[in-house]
Design a protein around this ligand. Structure first.
Ligand code: PGA
Length: 254
């Protein structure tokens, strides 16, 4: 597929997989994806499996991501994990501001903005999630929700940091529901998001920044979504829990 930006596929395993199950999954992924070099591939296991998965992917092109991290570097924050701790396992990416964390942990754009800065200071590449709920879409509020989230999360970054940030457009109504945005809906939102990056930064940054789509991505819909000009990869939840479906999403997209 002809796009300047390298596609990036990330598997968000959420709160799934014991260490043994995680190792089985990456073992199969390594086999299924052994010959795929033209895209970036990331797996985001739960914290408890990072160390073992990290060792297991050393001899592959799969990279490691975490699902969240603290905005603080160390200290009295019970239960939290700092960027430096993730780096110990050669973690390269971190998902920030997922809608489930916004909903259940009440994460705000201001908090996510702090986490983004902490990730960049540790040279972790953030995958920052934005997206509207069904009620917001039906009320015609999609663009204004995206604008608020983008401004609130990304405005404090330098141009260099923005280029190393991945935006994941994840309409909340499509996550885990089996309802995917149509390719046209995804493209419209992605083009809008890229326009917001132009406004906040500049054309060059916006041309380089990668915007993933997330929300019920499957092998059967990946190709059409990825063929849209502003869709640069996928953040995959449910379908990343099985090697075959995650690998097929990637293979069907290239
Ligand atoms: P889903 O999840 O693929 O299961 O819809 C996507 C996500 O939450 O990142």
């Amino acid at each position: 597929m002809d796009k300047d930006r390298k596609l990036i596929f990330a598997g968000n395993w959420k709160m799934n997989k014991t260490v043994a199950e995680a190792l089985d999954l990456v073992h199969d992924l390594k086999l299924d994806l052994a010959n795929v070099r033209e895209v970036d591939i990331v797996v985001c296991p739960p914290f408890t499996a990072l160390a073992e998965v990290s060792k297991s992917i050393l001899d592959s092109s799969i990279r490691l991501g975490a699902q969240d991290m603290s905005e603080h570097n160390f200290g009295a924050y019970t239960g939290e994990i700092a960027a430096g701790m993730l780096k110990e396992f050669s973690t390269r990416y971190v998902i920030l501001g997922h809608s489930e964390r916004r909903q259940y942990q009440k994460e705000t754009d201001a908090l996510i903005a702090q986490k983004l800065l902490a990730a960049h200071s540790a040279s972790l590449k953030p995958i920052v999630c934005v997206g509207e709920t069904l009620a917001e879409r039906e009320a015609g509020g999609t663009n204004s929700v995206l604008e608020t989230q983008v401004n609130g999360c990304l405005a404090g970054l330098s141009k260099e940091q923005m280029e190393e940030t991945i935006i994941a457009y994840e309409p909340v109504w499509a996550i885990g529901t089996g309802k995917t945005a149509t390719a046209a809906q995804a493209q419209e939102a992605h083009a809008y998001l890229r326009g917001l990056v132009v406004e906040l930064f500049d054309e060059t940054v916006a041309r380089r920044v990668r915007i993933q789509y997330g929300g019920s991505v499957k092998p059967s819909n990946a190709r059409e979504l990825m063929s849209q000009p502003d869709v640069d990869g996928a953040l995959v939840g449910g379908a990343s829990l099985e090697a075959r479906s995650f690998a097929d999403i990637i293979k069907n997209s290239i």
